[in-house]
Design a protein around this ligand. Structure first.
Ligand SMILES: Nc1ncnc2c1ncn2[C@@H]1O[C@H](COP(=O)(O)OP(=O)(O)O)[C@@H](O)[C@H]1O
Ligand SMILES: [Mg+2]
Length: 278
């Protein structure tokens, strides 16, 4: 993985690509995916940022081992400096507001906060900025696509029907604002019993493939329901960093490679559009 991702059309200075990590509903593992994907991408040698825009559940500070930390602010310019861990620059709404405060925010406030987090943070030079999006709100997707040029979205779902219906809505929301879906991550895809190695599809199977066919996208990873993923997330040490040689870490590393390949392809496609002359 050495190819440099080509700069995207407009966007924030220094940030070559923005990738939204989204889901139709909460609790499907969006933040877990965002964190491990970002750290894996950094391990591949890319310059990576992670913006936690999920004001209804800003869990990135905890998952990235940065809970309780405060970002530095330049008082004059009001610029915020991201914190850093596991090679990833991190900014979160959770660094800035009390846990119980933002829960009651309405759509326009969410949109305003997201806009500010995008514009007022000194990200520096980044190959990819991942954004952990709030689930289900159209406002955030709209603000994002209107404020910056988004390369694409990674949509996270669990395999059962109800989550897939929400996932569909998520993809459609990005379609509407012309943000391509880079791929679907099926999270909690299978449970492998640590005692007998038997596989159980606790939340069913096959749905994400059907969805990917419908929307002409790809299931880029199937992440198992795994104790190590949960425990390391809770402990603030993403499994790709804590157990880099584990199977689960391998899945996230492959995911990162696939996402980068899609980014590079999309950017090439943009650049090779022939210029029409009269
Ligand atoms: N593949 C997985 N295996 C085990 N636990 C998981 C997995 N993905 C997420 N979790 C756990 O499920 C809970 C919800 O995940 P989270 O990433 O916070 O979801 P979301 O951001 O979509 O609300 C967390 O406790 C997380 O540790
Ligand atoms: Mg979350």
């Amino acid at each position: 993985m050495a190819e440099n991702p080509t700069p995207s059309k407009k966007g924030l200075p220094g940030i070559r690509n923005i990738v939204a990590v989204a889901s139709g509903k909460g609790g499907v593992g969006k933040s877990t995916t965002a964190v491990n994907l970002a750290v894996a991408m950094a391990q591949h040698g890319y310059k990576v940022g992670l913006l936690d825009a999920d004001i209804y559940g800003p869990s990135i500070p905890n998952m990235m081992g940065l809970k309780g930390r405060k970002p530095e602010v330049d008082v004059e310019s009001k610029v915020l400096y991201p914190l850093e861990n596991f090679g990833v620059k991190v900014m979160s709404i959770g660094f800035l507001v009390a846990d119980d405060q933002a829960m009651i925010w309405r759509g326009p406030m969410v949109a305003g906060a997201l806009g500010q987090l995008l514009k007022d943070v000194a990200w520096g030079d980044l190959d990819v900025l991942f954004i952990d999006m709030p689930p289900g709100t159209g406002d955030a997707q709209l603000t994002l696509s209107q404020t910056v040029s988004v390369t694409g979205a990674v949509v996270v779902t669990t395999p059962q029907d109800i989550a897939l219906i929400d996932c569909k809505k998520g993809i459609q929301m990005f379609d509407k604002v012309h943000v391509p879906t880079l791929g679907i991550v099926e999270n909690m895809s299978v449970f492998i019993c640590p005692h007998c190695n038997g596989e159980s599809h606790i939340f069913d199977q096959g749905g994400a493939e059907k969805l990917s066919e419908e929307f002409k996208t790809e299931v880029i990873a199937k992440v198992p329901l795994n104790m190590g993923i949960r425990a390391n997330g809770d402990a603030g040490t993403p499994i790709v960093a804590a157990l880099p040689d584990s199977n689960e870490a391998g899945i996230y590393k492959d995911m990162a490679e696939k996402v980068m390949a899609k980014i590079i392809t999309l950017n090439k496609r943009k650049i090779t559009i022939p210029i029409m002359t009269a």
